[in-house]
Design a protein around this ligand. Structure first.
Ligand code: 0A1
Ligand code: ZN
Length: 895
């Protein structure tokens, strides 16, 4: 593991020579310092002898260099160099080469003529708790995770994405009984028993596509498999295999169906076909992220691939489909065309998230999908953009690249891609994407190259200013004011505020509704806001209008009226009449927000806002069974999350906010109790009409809506009688559940009510979870999110539970990640202290995980309890050994 104490490094990243720097601080790498490498590795052959305590990796490279000195990346803490040969001749350390903590430097190399360099290293996969490089997961399976810079923890190499080589031969050798399956990228060319030792066997893989190191993968394990096939539109037969531990293979069906849907969709939508004869996916229990798009061999966190009705919620199913799609879509946007350097990460991630969002929208409901994505963006990315980790979608510098796999790079990056589509139109965008992929196939390129392809394919549209989205951090604010003129014109005045004061190119989708009838009189138009202030005029109108602005959330901005006088009545009007489903939802969300803010300590209640909320709530509830948009109704009835609300506040009192939100929820529940009960029963009836549990959009919507109603009903717990009643509802719901979605809804409600069923239900759920790690994670999470006076003590006890382990990131996120989202548990002195303790423990094992878990402490400046949060950051910074990852996050937090 790298620590802040390490002395000096020499890295191929941006070619900085830092050996001579006197500092012991971690090194910050800057985008502006990019330099191409002075050499090229053309082919790589690997021989991997797998042993848990001593794995040996022999790497043979064919290289051409324009410099006699060459530096390869390698982490000396993880790999031990045994020998180096140049063209078959053994080299001497000191004279021919030198090894530092992070590099192997070779001297006196042949100039401009290809030479062969062979290295041999040893490593101990069992000890690799960082889960980067080659490691063993909890089942003992060997697997690799190379993005972003894991390859240097595997063997010495130019570990950067613009260095693409053909992996001409990858030979993996392991014990035949323990590891019957041996996988790598590309095609299997040979396999068999080892002649000298029949207990061992080998497989040889070859990948015809040159690739950067981050896309290399290998797996060895005792795995079960689900097999299928797909024939591409040009007739290529592709074998599809999804591997998991043998007892999990019955959970792979949905992933396989999703994969085939994704392959079909990419052909239909973008004409993009798969390019190998084999597509492998492996499910791994211990994984830092969601999944990884290695060429022809995706590695997945089990949470995003295993699913069946008994163990997975509807949201889990939706995630499996979208992550399977995401990794598959990377084959073109990421693998065939990759990034020149890591600052360009959004080039592949923003684009691929956009593609997976479009895929999910087409497979399910576009409106529901948009609401879910915007909720996620506002809940996470807006906060990131407002805090000390704010960065443009193309960051300018990093200490640890792993810290920049962020909501900004991914989700805001996807919004930027969506804006291209909004500005250029779907056809124009598709032409641009086609040109980009044709022009750069097989290359490592930049965000500028993407913009250029879009511009070249759409020469009638000027994208010059649009470029600024790549370099501007922060969430822009768009302010508006409208003016109706008696001559039949309506003027919409827009202003924008950005973090650097200069304007961005913001597409603002607008429609106009007749003020008298609510009918749409001007359908959606895209206004190109390019200046700090701009006025747009609509003419030939018969009468006064109400604008519906930023339809479908056409840009990642905050929209604010310049005149707040009758804001609530306008929102109520839009909630009732807007033809844009997204903006109808948005209007109700804004009304809730205003009502919740009125309930904050020190604020006074506003009866008019309550009236508007009451009307909108009543209308949604009354009509929620009239059409099949059950999910939309569910989201309209759901109050904004605490994180979304917090993002709108200058000073955050998290407990006050939690209480204000709960109060509004209870007020609504009390006011509408009988209708809530009536609709709940009607939905129960509707759901019971189909025996089999279905996962289509309608069935998911029915469950989602019924669970929102349950949540309201169970929020009424002011008296012992109400508590009993709420507990009874929750327990009935839990016991009658036919699938995991309803079970979790019942259990989540139950754990926040003081009642005798609580423990029984938790014990029962625990029994059900035995042997299923993902279900056990839910058992931890549901308790970590419970809102009770003793939540923190419960969480601390669970931290000591025999099933809790710091070695499995999913388990840590299930308990500790959930704890940080639970305001009543986290936002107290002992809560902050507990997180600080946990971070220190986790950091010693897995820095990627510790730095992510630390992020809730970062916005301390906005919190009333900020000094206590800051104290924990200071405590962490004072540690003699802190990983680079955590150091970067903590020091940014204190800057
Ligand atoms: N590229 C993957 C996500 C990923 C990123 C980093 C990782 O390790 C630091 C692992 C996976 C994706 O976007 O799916
Ligand atoms: Zn991705």
């Amino acid at each position: 593991m790298m620590t802040v104490c390490h002395l000096s490094t020499t890295s191929t990243n941006n070619n900085q020579n830092v050996d001579s720097l006197p500092t012991s601080k971690p090194i910050e790498v800057f985008r502006k310092d990019y330099q191409p490498l002075p050499y090229k590795v053309d082919t790589i052959e690997l021989d991997i002898q797998l042993e848990p305590r001593k794995t040996t990796i022999t790497t043979q490279m064919t290289i051409t260099s324009s410099s006699q000195t060459m530096t390869l990346d390698g982490d000396r803490d993880v790999i031990q160099l045994q020998q180096v040969e140049l063209n078959g001749v053994l080299l001497k350390e000191g004279t021919d080469y030198q090894v530092t903590a992070s590099a192997l430097t070779l001297f006196q190399l042949p100039l401009h003529t290809p030479f062969q360099l062979t290295t041999r290293v040893t490593t101990i996969p069992e000890d690799n708790t960082e889960l980067s490089g080659l490691y063993q997961d909890s089942s003992g399976m060997y697997c690799t995770q190379m993005e972003a810079m894991g390859f240097r923890r595997f063997t010495y190499m130019a570990d950067r994405p613009d260095q693409m080589a053909t992996f001409a031969r990858v030979r993996i050798e392991a014990d035949a009984h323990q590891y019957p399956i041996l996988l790598s990228n590309g095609n299997l060319v040979e396999q068999g028993s080892c002649e000298n030792n029949t207990n061992r066997h080998y497989a040889i893989w070859q990948d015809p596509f040159p690739k950067p190191t981050y896309l290399f993968a290998m797996v060895a394990g005792n795995l079960g498999v689900l097999q299928d096939s797909y024939t591409t539109k040009s007739g290529r037969h592709v074998d599809l295999q999804i591997f998991a531990e043998p007892h999990q293979t019955h959970l792979l069906q949905y992933a396989m169906q999703s994969l085939k849907r994704a392959m079909q969709w990419d052909e239909d939508r973008y004409g993009l076909e798969y390019d190998l004869d084999l597509y492998n996916i492996v499910a791994v229990d211990s994984f830092n992220m969601g999944a990884m798009e290695n060429k022809g061999l995706n590695v997945f966190n089990t949470a995003y691939v295993l699913a069946d009705p008994a163990t997975a919620t509807d949201t889990d199913f939706e995630r499996v489909e979208s992550v399977i799609g995401h990794e598959y879509f990377h084959n073109w946007t990421g693998n065939r065309v990759t990034c020149r350097d890591w600052f360009q990460l959004t080039l592949k991630e923003g684009l691929t998230v956009f593609r997976d969002q479009e895929f999910s929208a087409d497979m399910n409901s576009a409106a529901v999908n948009r609401i879910e994505n915007v909720r996620a963006l506002r809940g996470r990315q807006f906060a990131e953009d407002a805090g000390p980790m704010a960065h443009p979608i193309r960051p300018e510098s990093y200490i640890s690249m792993d810290n920049f796999y962020t909501a900004t790079v991914y989700s805001k990056g996807a919004e930027v891609i969506r804006m291209y589509q909004t500005i250029l139109g779907v056809e124009g965008f598709n032409q641009g994407l086609k040109l980009y992929l044709e022009r750069h196939d097989g290359q490592a390129v930049t965000c500028d190259d993407f913009l250029q392809a879009m511009a070249d394919a759409n020469q009638d549209i000027d994208l010059t200013l649009f470029r600024r989205w790549y370099s501007t951090p922060g969430t822009p604010v768009v302010k508006y004011r409208g003016e109706w003129n008696e001559n039949g014109t309506y003027q919409l005045h827009l202003e924008q505020e950005t973090s650097d004061g200069d304007p961005l190119h913001i597409p603002v989708s607008v429609g106009l509704l007749d003020h008298a009838t609510g009918k749409e009189v001007v359908s959606t138009q895209v206004l190109n806001l390019k200046e700090s202030q701009q006025t747009f005029t609509f003419s030939d109108l018969a009468g006064p209008v109400v604008p519906s602005i930023l339809r479908t959330f056409s840009a990642p901005v905050k929209l604010v009226p310049l005149e707040k006088d009758n804001e609530s009545s306008v929102l109520a009007f839009l909630a009732a009449h807007d033809t844009d489903g997204f903006n109808r939802w948005e209007a109700v969300q804004r009304l809730y927000t205003s009502l919740i803010f009125h309930h904050l300590p020190s604020k006074e209640e506003s009866s008019s806002t309550w009236n508007y909320v009451e009307q909108a709530f009543a209308r949604t509830l009354d009509t929620c069974l009239d059409n099949s948009d059950y999910s939309i109704s569910a989201y309209v009835l759901t109050l904004p999350s605490e994180s979304t609300l917090a993002e709108e506040m200058d000073v955050i009192d998290p407990i006050g906010l939690h209480q204000a939100r709960s109060t509004v929820k209870q007020q609504l529940a009390r006011r509408f109790q009988s209708v809530l009960m009536e609709k709940y029963s009607a939905l129960t009836e509707l759901l019971s009409q189909t025996k089999e549990l279905k996962f289509d959009a309608t069935s998911i919507g029915l469950r989602r809506l019924r669970n929102v109603l349950l949540d309201y009903l169970c929020s009424l717990k002011d008296t012992p009688e109400e508590c009993d009643q709420a507990a009874q509802w929750a327990m009935n719901h839990y016991q009658a559940a036919t699938g995991m979605t309803d079970q979790m809804a019942g259990l989540s409600a139950l754990v926040s009510i003081d009642n005798p069923f609580r423990q029984d239900a938790l014990d029962q759920f625990y029994q059900q979870a035995v042997g299923n790690s993902l279900v056990l994670n839910k058992w931890f999470t549901v308790q970590a999110l419970a809102s009770t006076p003793t939540s923190l003590e419960t969480i601390q006890k669970l931290y000591q539970h025999p099933d809790f382990t710091l070695k499995n990131p999913n388990r840590v996120r299930a308990l500790v990640g959930a704890f940080t989202m639970n305001a009543v548990a986290f936002h107290q002195p002992a809560g902050y202290q507990f997180l600080g303790d946990v971070l220190l423990e986790v950091d010693a094992l897995n820095p990627q995980l510790s730095s992510r878990l630390a992020s809730p402490l970062l916005p301390w400046r906005k919190y009333v309890s900020g000094p206590l949060m800051k104290e924990q950051l200071e405590r962490l910074l004072a540690q003699p050994k802190l990983s680079d990852d955590l150091y970067e996050i903590v020091s940014r937090g204190l800057k």
